[in-house]
Design a protein around this ligand. Sequence first.
Ligand SMILES: Cc1cc2nc3c(=O)[nH]c(=O)nc-3n(C[C@H](O)[C@H](O)[C@H](O)COP(=O)(O)OP(=O)(O)OC[C@H]3O[C@@H](n4cnc5c(N)ncnc54)[C@H](O)[C@@H]3O)c2cc1C
Length: 443
Amino acid sequence: MVKKRILVLGGGFAGVDCTRKLERYFQSNYDIEITLVSDDNFLLFTPMLPQVASGIITPRHIVMPLRALCEKARIYESAVRDIDPTGRHVTLEGTPEKRGVRIHYDYLIIALGSETNFFGLKNVEKYSFTMKTLADALSLRNRIIDMLEQAENETNEELKQRLLTFVVVGGGFAGVETAGEVNDFLHDALNYYHNIKADDINVVIIEALSGILPGFNEKLIEYAHNKLEKNGIKILLNTVVSDFDGTNVITNKSTNPTTKSETIIPSHTLVWAAGITPVEIIKSSVFKTKKGQIITNEFLEVENFSGIFAIGDCSRFNDTINKNYPPTAQLAEAHAKLAAYNIKQMINGNEKKKFEYNWKGQSAIIGKRSGIADAMGRKVTGFLAWLIWINYYLSKMPNFEKRLRVWLDWNIDLFFRRDISRYGFKRNILKEYQELDEVDDVW
Ligand SMILES: Cc1cc2nc3c(=O)[nH]c(=O)nc-3n(C[C@H](O)[C@H](O)[C@H](O)COP(=O)(O)OP(=O)(O)OC[C@H]3O[C@@H](n4cnc5c(N)ncnc54)[C@H](O)[C@@H]3O)c2cc1C
């Protein structure tokens, strides 16, 4: 058999699942070379990022080294600079410390995921926090602690209010789960901050649509909405953020964008979880895209390029062929499975299979060990839904050691107070808290 080279781009859910599946298919076939390229050398378990931000889970417990997960594949920790589908090669970025490499392939899987979409709001991009990487979660945790430390000794009530207002933009999974965790962390941390009252804390969710958690059943949404509000979180629906200068969040009504209905929320901390967009390398590629995502056929192959597959957040079905689903880890996993299978079929000269999505339900956590779940047709709320969430995501962690560590983190959290020590690095914020130019002579 002539050697075949399979190249997988992206070490997220889609890329790693696909590589592992291919490894299983070709375990003892030395004529098949599998290569995985990712700019990080680990798989990040994103659904648990908000809990890293709130300090419940230790950061390194939600990352798994690619080399431990994919043992047969050759791994390059590098950024993809160029994909050439005609010459059938991919170029990896060269830096002063790293040699640029060109990798040739027979089969290619593009699983490069997405990045945060700021919809062209430059100031928001400059001053806001995001929730996409481990560094994002740690920066947000540090920020919350910083704000508490400053607010504790702040004598000006207006400034104190601004320091203790945390705005999360986006009422999807990432936004709601982040807001719930931030709110819990702030309230639990009050044990240490005697000059801050629970009423001083202000967590706000801003959502452009008329409801949070789109895609969930109406009753579950209503439950989540009421529960979040009961926990003290303010939810502003039909509202969009139009600007943020690091001090004030400017909002407008999304229902009537022509009327000036500007409202200002004084806050130093804005978390942007309002949308994703595929990475630049895909947007500027020769592949046919829609909303930045590569269009695929029913076999998940990129249109006009046989043997090239696009999976996960960076791909979308040709609209006329099949229904589009929101980008989730569950969908990425299903894509990965089929793309690996179809490559095996192609190599063996067999028929490819069409993508059929067997939706298994969904769940979200909303803070205070509570959640909502749509599991196998059953609608579950509260603590039980939270249990479903943690068990489902634990079972999805591909590494037993990490599963155990996260489980221990959750259990330890039940018995001890939150750790409010800040990690020893500062995020490079361009504009910091400038009101303190006027130094109060408080001592
Ligand atoms: C905070 C948060 C919470 C979430 N919660 C849930 C949830 O509860 N349930 C759910 O189903 N989904 C959830 N999601 C969505 C889920 O994480 C994504 O749908 C899923 O990660 C998509 O997988 P992917 O492999 O397509 O992309 P990713 O996981 O984003 O992986 C892309 C990979 O490509 C790498 N990469 C990107 N560009 C380059 C480049 N140029 N060169 C080399 N490598 C590159 C990245 O480093 C990354 O490893 C959440 C997401 C976030 C951010």
